[in-house]
Design a protein around this ligand. Structure first.
Ligand SMILES: Cc1cc2nc3c(=O)[nH]c(=O)nc-3n(C[C@H](O)[C@H](O)[C@H](O)COP(=O)(O)OP(=O)(O)OC[C@H]3O[C@@H](n4cnc5c(N)ncnc54)[C@H](O)[C@@H]3O)c2cc1C
Length: 434
């Protein structure tokens, strides 16, 4: 750890994974840090919530990520090591499907799956194989749609990409800029998706023994400076670039403030002290997700779980579903646990507002799925920022508009994925808060 010339007292607002990571990396640089979290629990979306089984058996659900994408030598891999958190491989997965043309097909996540994927002509498949020969692009405003069309061909971008992107980022690929998945640029710089992937090492999904939420819990325990039920209400600029942060019945004077809040809360805090930054933040679209968790009798062949992504216009708002493997310690023994997600940037058909409609739509793709024995809905308002093409320019303007010693971090800056947040926040803290 390199110690700063002067020890700086910093307050981080928001005890979601962004705020906790920011605090962790700042602490490593020798700063004195405190985190304020408005609710009684830390972790924000990245929480593992108790959901007992039908007989009261212990069981859990993930509010956000079901697993962690960890790449060798990535910031998340380093963090898990520092925290002594042993993440086990997700194990061999059960079937992966793509719902397209009214039925499901093997998912295009392997070369064999790709070559057998629905809707691709022979020319489209040959074009996929030419990917290593495609030169790197340099358009900073490129959309995911244009990037994949350039690298893998128009057939892939038209027929398969909408389901893959909709299922991960909850929006169509022509509305998302490359900033949302910075790893794609890295792969391209290393020779393309295929060769770059081989060179950089594939990302592997890992599971933490106590669920994804144990990452936030461990960070908070190790930091020992997280105040829960402490909501930031306003910011007051003091002389010499210092700040006073006001909460309910509490105030703190600090050298710097890090705002790690969802955009709506960040906007209202920033508006009085930096109207331009607040305006720019307000302009970043936010997507609402609806998530249904359900438990069912087991289905032969799905013991290792499954994943389904649906070509967005065909799902009427249903983007996909994913199941725990039967031996996942978070599930209830003897039951299949499924998470179904809807919405984001896609309109949800009126019939899919409640579970019976969602279940009927699921059965269209998964006819084997038995009636649920337990169902729970978790709505996720504003869960995902939409990083539209040109988002990087907006972020630069926003950072320039912020007054000295006031910082803004989070999913709308670095991308919503946990690996992107870890990567972005580690680099940000190393660059000494710029
Ligand atoms: C259903 C779903 C599935 C997802 N799946 C994946 C996945 O598979 N892989 C992946 O990498 N990512 C996934 N994500 C995204 C990821 O979980 C989020 O991008 C990430 O957790 C956001 O963290 P954050 O800290 O930026 O924001 P948040 O989690 O929103 O945390 C912000 C925190 O600030 C607190 N707060 C609000 N106002 C105040 C205030 N005034 N003062 C103090 N505190 C305040 C909130 O209570 C909250 O705890 C998923 C998200 C959802 C919702």
């Amino acid at each position: 750890m390199d110690t700063p010339a002067t020890r700086t007292r910093i307050i981080v607002l928001g005890g979601g994974i962004s705020g906790l990571l920011a605090a962790w990396y700042l602490r490593q640089r020798g700063h004195e840090v405190e985190v304020w979290e408005a609710t009684s629990t830390i972790g924000g979306w990245a929480q593992t919530l108790a959901w007992p089984g039908p007989q009261g058996e212990p069981g859990w659900l993930e509010r956000g990520p079901q697993g962690l994408r960890v790449s060798r030598n990535g910031a998340l891999a380093r963090l898990l090591l520092e925290l002594d958190l042993e993440a086990r491989p997700a194990g061999s997965k059960g079937p992966r499907w793509l719902g397209r043309g009214g039925r499901r097909h093997p998912g295009p996540t392997t070369l064999a799956g790709l070559l057998g994927a629905p809707g691709l002509s022979l020319g489209d498949k040959l074009r996929l194989l030419a990917e290593p020969l495609i030169p790197a692009g340099n358009d900073p405003g490129e959309t995911l749609q244009a990037f994949f069309a350039r690298r893998l061909g128009g057939g892939f971008a038209r027929e398969l990409l909408p389901a893959l992107v909709g299922g991960v980022l909850a929006a169509p690929p022509d509305r998302i800029g490359l900033e949302a998945l910075p790893r794609l640029r890295q792969l391209e710089a290393r020779g393309g998706l295929l060769l770059g992937g081989l060179r950089l090492g594939a990302e592997r999904t890992r599971l933490l023994p106590g669920g994804t939420g144990s990452l936030a819990r461990t960070l908070a325990e190790r930091l020992g400076c997280v105040r829960t039920e402490t909501s930031a209400r306003s910011l007051e600029a003091l002389p010499a670039g210092r700040w006073r942060v006001h909460g309910e019945g509490i105030a703190a004077e600090v050298d710097a403030v890090v705002v790690a809040l969802p955009a709506s809360q960040a906007t209202s805090l920033l508006a009085p002290v930096s109207p331009k930054a607040a305006d720019l933040l307000e302009g970043i679209p936010r997507l609402d997700l609806r998530v249904w968790h359900s438990r069912h009798a087991p289905v032969p062949g799905w013991e290792r779980g499954f994943s389904l992504l649906v070509h967005p216009p065909e799902g009427h708002g249903l983007l996909g579903a994913v199941a725990f493997a039967g031996d996942d310690p978070r599930g209830v023994p003897g039951l299949l646990q499924v998470r179904t997600y809807l919405g984001g940037a896609f309109p949800v058909a009126p019939g899919l507002e409640a579970w019976p409609g969602v279940f009927a739509e699921l059965r269209r793709w998964l006819p084997e799925l038995p009636e649920a024995v337990q169902v729970r809905e978790e709505v996720c308002p504003g869960a995902f920022p939409l990083l539209a093409p040109g988002h990087g320019g907006r972020v630069t303007q926003l950072l320039t508009a912020l007054p000295p010693s006031l910082h803004w971090v989070g999913a709308a800056r670095f991308g919503p994925g946990l690996p992107e947040l870890a990567e972005g926040l580690e680099a940000w803290a190393q660059a000494r808060l710029r």
